[in-house]
Ligand binder design. Structure first.
Ligand code: SAH
Ligand code: MG
Length: 211
């Protein structure tokens, strides 16, 4: 989408609470990659329609998307995983400030290691994958086992700033990352157990529905 249209969409998205603004500001100042505004709106709308009772999030950061989901689907319970100690603590603080500690449980640890803890709270009607991009396939394989029938898995950043379709990337680290995302996208799109659509909104949002 061109920048003008993108700016237009962001401009007409309704204003958010003071706390959410504060979190957006913090994320901006400290380079915390919270979900893009238009992308998160698309996800929240899907969740409002689906009304999941249990949501799993991989990658809490400071709790911004968890809080947005909690407000969008007030009847849901959210389990979210974060491995970074500082972000985990900040997320806990914000959840308290929002009065959402009952609705949102944050598990501190590496998503590749806290599987058992996560399983205890499951199964999940919606799973949101938004952590280390190089590990998406692993997160998907681990946690899709706890997805309820008819559940959805939402994956953020699958277009990686549009770089997924750039053939000549000089930076080796970024080139590797892009390759991994590309492999994940193709694997996901042809997965026999899921119907997947990639929405070119925000940083690219994949929505997979269990067949
Ligand atoms: N969902 C958040 C943003 C998450 S940013 C929002 O939109 O508000 C990605 C987060 O995932 C980072 O804070 C990072 O520390 C965390 N992360 C990355 N790999 C992880 C892993 N293997 N286990 C747990 N957390 C991880
Ligand atoms: Mg993201």
């Amino acid at each position: 989408m061109n920048d003008k249209l993108h700016a237009y969409i962001e401009e007409i998205i309704p204003d958010r609470s003071q706390l959410l603004h504060k979190m957006e500001q913090y994320a901006k100042e400290h380079n915390v990659p919270i979900m893009e505004l238009a992308g998160i709106e698309a996800m929240l709308q899907l969740l409002r329609i689906q009304k999941p009772k249990m949501i799993l999030e991989v990658g809490t950061a400071i709790g911004y998307s968890a809080l947005r989901m909690a407000f969008a689907v007030p009847e849901s319970k959210i389990v979210s995983i974060e491995r970074d100690a500082e972000r985990y603590q900040l997320a806990e603080k914000y959840m308290e400030e929002a009065g959402k500690t009952e609705q949102i449980i944050i598990i501190k640890g590496d998503a590749l290691e806290v599987e058992e803890d996560v399983e205890k709270h499951g199964p999940y009607d919606a799973i949101f994958i938004d952590a280390a991009k190089g590990q998406y396939q692993r997160f998907f394989k681990i946690y899709s086992r706890f997805l309820s029938d008819g559940g959805v898995i939402i994956t953020d950043n699958v277009l990686f700033k549009g770089l997924v379709c750039e053939p000549d990337i000089e930076n080796k680290r970024i080139r590797n990352m892009v390759r991994k995302i590309d492999v994940f996208n193709k694997w996901l799109m042809s997965h026999p157990e899921y119907h997947t659509v990639i929405l070119p909104v925000g940083d690219g949002v994949a929505i997979s529905k269990k067949r």
